[in-house]
Design a protein around this ligand. Structure first.
Ligand code: COA
Length: 257
């Protein structure tokens, strides 16, 4: 069904693997199109409660956009590539179901941006993060200038973007890019354990958390959204079930209603 992705769902977790290991999983047009379709599947398939995005092989998560597709493009074509990437990466960021990046190697350029568009990142200790576009006379085009600042702050973002240097998984963890670093062989199992715990929670509450956190802002707007979403939870069966289960000293069974 997919040419450049492996997509399989097990225990309600959909694992999307970018599968071009001979090109370090670089994102070409087909990968981007198929990623959009796979994320639609995450949204629409009721059997899927959460998703992992990872890369095939031991070397790379994704080593960037496919540079071989960049030669001879016009300004308008460049903008169209960025716009399409933005639309699909927003779809990941705004997914009502948790989507986590399991970074198993190089996460460079568009690969780093793909990881940053996920709700959070778990990484193998062999992972390397960087935005090397500047070495090509380019800048990030899939949201990197914006999402990196949110995670690491202005100074560190400026240095990463302007130097094009790579940082290790442990440095990325100290920067706040990565939540947890694992041995490479444990990466997927550890990520799945984290998601098993998260996906046992109430789906509407999870979707509301994602929505509120994504809409963080320093003005009243973010707080107003929280008031709205908090109130909406009271109208769900899951909230009644969660409160009853607590009072009856049993585990809640959430239905996503
Ligand atoms: N686009 C297209 N092809 C890529 C690629 C990319 N972003 N990244 C790697 N590849 C290809 C290489 O061209 C090579 O293909 P080939 O075997 O047909 O020649 C293959 O993947 C393996 O990469 P290679 O460079 O030989 O591996 P390496 O271990 O020597 O170096 C990197 C690894 C990640 C340091 C290096 O591949 C690299 O710098 N890639 C580009 C990173 C980048 O600039 N990303 C941002 C793009 S906007």
């Amino acid at each position: 069904m997919y040419e450049t992705l492996l997509v399989e769902t097990e225990q309600h977790i959909c694992t999307i693997t970018i599968n071009r290991p001979d090109k370090l999983n670089a994102i070409n047009k087909t990968v981007m199109d198929e990623l959009g379709k796979a994320i639609d599947e995450v949204y629409n398939n009721p059997d899927i409660k959460s998703a992992i995005i990872t890369g095939a092989g031991i070397k790379a998560f994704v080593a960037g956009a496919d540079i071989s597709e960049f030669q001879g493009l016009s300004k308008e074509q460049g903008m169209a590539i960025a716009k399409k990437g933005h639309d699909i990466f927003f779809k990941i960021e705004r997914s009502p179901k948790p989507i986590v990046a399991a970074v198993n190697g190089f996460a460079l350029g568009g690969g780093c941006e793909l990881a940053l568009s996920c709700h959070f990142i778990i990484a193998a200790d062999t992972a390397r993060f960087g935005q090397p576009e500047v070495n090509l006379g380019l800048i990030p085009g899939y949201g990197g200038t914006q999402r990196l600042v949110q995670l690491v702050g202005k100074g560190r973002a400026m240095q990463l973007l302007m130097s094009g240097d790579m940082i290790s998984a442990s440095e990325a963890q100290s920067y706040g890019i990565v939540n947890k670093v694992t041995p490479p062989r444990e990466l997927l199992d550890r990520t799945k354990e984290i998601l098993q715990n998260i996906q046992s929670k109430a789906p509407i509450a999870l979707a509301s958390i994602i929505n509120c956190v994504n809409n963080f802002d320093h003005t009243q707007k973010g707080y107003d959204l929280e008031i709205q979403k908090f109130g909406e939870c009271f109208a769900t069966e899951d909230m009644q079930e969660g409160a009853s289960a607590f009072l009856e000293k049993r585990k809640p069974v959430f239905q996503g209603k």
